[in-house]
Each structure stands twice: as structure tokens, then as C-alpha cells.
Design a protein around this ligand. Structure first.
Ligand code: PMP
Length: 439
């Protein structure tokens, strides 16, 4: 049907050879739906890639982008500024935990992560602790694809074959189906295990060599795993005790996913640095950001020589007025429609009820949820592990629902603007698909 060939675009994270035999092309989107070439609707239960939190095709955002393009399409961000970038940074700061007011814009989550790691390093140098250069992160964590982010992420396929930073130690992953199966919200077990592993790493390396701990408050690409009860509080406590910075990678959890604007607020734990991207402007124009404690920026400023940039780092499109205009328009929608908090209210409850009712489907070994995040895990039975996920994923797509397969975990993150009726439609199509594959 397509009037273009499939040979030239090398798609990211795609089995391109398989795709060429079975192309899956979207041509339109509106609200909670994507539309295929032949017009079939697909309920987007992933909000794109955890990014279209305000739903697709918001005219307000399109109008703001168009207006900005005609008024001021671009100006260099090095040594110059534009109103939308300053205005958007100020609006974001209004939703960040107290004491975090500095916003460094990037173009993606990966760039935000590598920028955060550099800021953490620079801060340690600035205060005369340059020996604190190591990072702690977590198995099954995902922190993007740049060299720093690839080095601190714990998904083996993404690391394999690349030369990476060596100074990284890993906490155990949070997914523990044996002990936590079918938890609603935060699971019970895992905090103690993390604390022990953290202390072991500190004992082995010495706190004087450790710069920062970087973790996702809720693990996303690792299979959507909420933090065990007390986990984030304990991480903060341990970091404080050993003078280690705490970085929350909020690329997925930011902008309303958990029931608060940010997971930091939701869980009542203030990190030192946060990363964000994706839903920052509803997934419309590439943008990311690093949100930094005022005192960290101040220490870096205080140690920098006069007359030069305090931070020799930045991207051509950092805080581009068009991305910021999309951000300002998205922020209007988030605030006006109460989208930052709806995942913690009646809609979140309906989502959790719907998801946990999936327990009766064949071969389900776990259901997890937090805010408007969810996962249903399957046991592949006689099939090789990780083969069921792609099968269910394909059948869901055929039946008009887009979710994501991480191994044999089906992972969901609907637009925050989704209606309860659309959540019911998801359940109907998902159940049908699973029963067709396993029935
Ligand atoms: N960090 C986390 C936690 C992510 O989930 C992602 C993307 N899924 C990234 C970083 C990287 O973001 P991007 O794809 O925009 O580079």
C-alpha cells in the first residue's frame, strides 16, 4: 500500500529485516488513537513511547508551534536567549520539589542523562571532591543510549559490544515476581536487598570514590516495576549518609505519570538532580531537560573562573523556542485538565482495577501498577522465554491496541487524557488478543 520504499530509513531499536516483511505504519493520530495506513484505529495504550501524555493531535500545541515558527523559529542558545525557553523553565520549576529550580534543556532523555552525569561530576570537582567519580545504578535500569547512559544502564542487550565507562556498580533490579507477584501499587519486598547491596558497594569502593546513584523512581523499560515500599526514601538516606548525589531519571515518570507532576513529589523524596524528556511537551517536538538543585548550580558557578561559561556543554537545539512553545502549550493543558494528578485519582483507580482483573487470563504470573502505568507478565510455558511477548504484542496490534512487550512482560502507559471508556476498550481488546494467542 505504501508509496515509499522501506530500505533507506534505518529505524532505531527495530528488527528491520522482520519489519520489511511486516511493515507497521501509522499515518494519523487523534486523542487516544493511532491510525494505520488502511484506516484501522489502534488504541495507543503506550502514549507513543511514554510521551504523548496529553493525547495525540492537540490543536493548541500545533497552533503554538506554528505561531512560534513564524515569529522566531530559531536563535542560538549559546550566549543568547529567547522568551519561550525562560518562560518554560520557570513554569517547570513551579512543579519541581523545593530547592530544585535550575533547568538545563537538552533534546532527548539520553542527552539529559549524560548531561546529568556530567553535572554530577562537575559538582564533585567544584567542591574539591574530584575523586568521587564512580556511579551506582541498577540492573534492568534504562538510561538512554549515549555513552554515559549506556554505561549506567542495566539491560544487557543495550550494553553488549560497546566500549563503556568502567566505573559503574549495579544494585539488583527491582522486579521480584517470586516475592511480589500481584502487588497493587508499591510492592512489599526489595528495599532491604537494595540497602545491603548499596552498603556492599560502598564498602568495596569507598564512599570517597562514588559520585552519584542514578535510578528511575519507577523502572520503565526494564518491565514497569514500581519501587518497593520505602525504597526511594532508603536510597536518599544512604546517599546522604555517604555523601553521594542522588539522580532520579524521570524521563518516564515525569509530567504526571505517577499521580503527581514528578515521582519525586509523589514519593516525597527530593533527589539532587532529575532528568526529563518525552512528555515534557507531550512528545510533540524533541526536548529533554535536567533539573538541578540550586546549591549544585551555585557550587559550580562559584568554582568557575570569571569570563567563561560555567559549564562547557550544550546542544544546538537546547531550549529551542519551538520546543519550548510546545512545552508551554502542553503545560497549559496539563494544568487546566488536571492531568498531573489524575493518575492518583478515580482514573488511576479504574486503571488499577481493570489491570488487576487481568489476573484471570491464561499464563499470567504477575500484574503490576502505579499511577497510569501497568504491566502484565506471562509465563511462556513450553515456548522459549521472551517469545510470548512479541506474539501478544502483534495480536494486540492486529486487534487495535498498541501496548509494549518487554520480554514476556506487556507494559502499558496510556495517555493521561484517556477516558474510562477507553480503558475498558483496552481491556476488551487486550483480553481478546491474549485469549487468541493462548486459548
Ligand atoms: N531514561 C529513561 C528512564 C527512559 O525511559 C528513556 C527512554 N525510554 C531515556 C532515558 C532515553 O530517552 P530518549 O529516548 O529520549 O533519548
Amino acid at each position: 500500500m505504501s508509496d515509499f520504499n522501506l530500505d533507506n530509513w534505518w529505524q532505531p531499536f527495530t528488527n528491520v529485516r522482520a519489519f520489511r516483511d511486516n511493515p507497521r505504519i501509522f499515518t494519523r493520530a487523534e486523542g487516544s488513537f493511532l491510525y494505520k495506513e488502511d484506516g484501522q484505529e489502534v488504541l495507543d495504550i503506550t502514549a507513543g513511547l511514554w510521551c504523548c501524555n496529553i493525547g495525540h493531535g492537540r490543536r493548541e500545541v500545533a497552533d503554538a508551534v506554528h505561531k512560534q515558527l513564524m515569529e522566531l523559529d530559531y536563535a542560538p542558545p549559546f550566549q543568547f536567549g529567547t522568551p519561550p525557553a525562560f518562560q518554560f523553565a520557570e513554569r517547570i520549576a513551579g512543579h519541581l520539589p523545593e530547592g530544585i529550580n535550575r533547568v538545563f534543556f537538552t533534546n532527548s532523555g539520553s542527552e539529559a542523562v549524560d548531561t546529568a552525569l556530567k553535572i554530577a561530576h562537575l559538582y564533585q570537582f567544584a567542591r574539591g571532591k574530584g575523586g568521587k567519580s564512580r556511579f551506582i545504578s541498577r540492573e534492568q535500569g534504562y538510561h538512554g543510549v549515549n555513552v554515559g547512559g549506556t554505561s549506567v544502564q542495566g539491560l544487557p542487550n543495550n550494553r553488549h559490544g560497546f566500549p563503556l565507562l568502567q566505573e559503574v556498580d549495579f544494585l539488583p533490579g527491582m522486579l521480584d515476581i517470586a516475592r511480589n507477584a500481584f502487588s497493587r501499587g508499591c510492592p512489599e519486598h526489595g528495599t532491604e536487598r537494595m540497602a545491603q547491596a548499596f552498603e556492599q558497594i560502598v564498602a568495596m569502593r569507598g564512599a570517597d570514590s562514588i559520585c552519584a546513584l542514578i535510578i528511575e523512581p519507577v523502572s520503565g523499560a526494564g518491565g514497569m516495576v514500581p519501587p518497593p515500599v520505602g525504597y526511594l526514601q532508603k536510597a536518599r538516606e544512604l546517599c546522604d549518609q555517604h555523601d553521594i548525589l542522588l539522580i532520579f531519571d524521570e524521563v518516564i515518570t515525569g509530567f504526571g505519570r505517577t499521580g503527581s507532576a514528578f515521582a519525586a513529589t509523589e514519593f516525597g523524596v527530593t533527589p539532587d538532580i532529575m532528568t526529563s524528556a518525552k512528555a515534557i511537551n507531550g512528545g510533540t517536538v524533541p526536548m529533554g531537560g535536567v533539573f538541578v538543585k540550586d546549591e549544585i548550580q551555585q557550587a559550580i558557578f562559584d568554582s568557575a573562573p570569571a569570563g567563561v561559561p560555567e559549564f562547557f556543554h550544550g546542544n544546538t537545539y537546547a531550549g529551542t523556542p519551538v520546543a519550548a512553545a510546545a512545552g508551554l502549550a502542553s503545560m497549559d493543558i496539563y494544568e487546566r485538565e488536571g492531568l498531573f494528578t489524575c493518575a492518583g485519582g478515580a482514573k488511576g483507580e479504574h486503571w488499577a482495577d481493570t489491570l488487576h482483573a487481568m489476573r484471570d487470563l491464561p499464563q499470567v504470573i504477575d500484574v503490576r501498577n502505579y499511577g497510569l502505568l501497568g504491566a502484565v507478565s506471562f509465563d511462556s510455558g513450553d515456548l522459549p522465554a521472551k517469545s510470548l511477548g512479541p506474539k501478544i504484542h502483534q495480536r494486540c496490534y492486529d486487534n487495535g491496541v498498541l501496548c509494549r512487550a518487554v520480554g514476556d512482560h506487556m507494559v502499558m502507559s496510556p495517555p493521561l487524557s484517556i477516558s474510562e471508556g477507553e480503558i475498558d476498550l483496552f481491556a476488551e481488546r487486550f483480553r481478546k488478543s491474549v485469549n487468541e494467542v493462548l486459548g
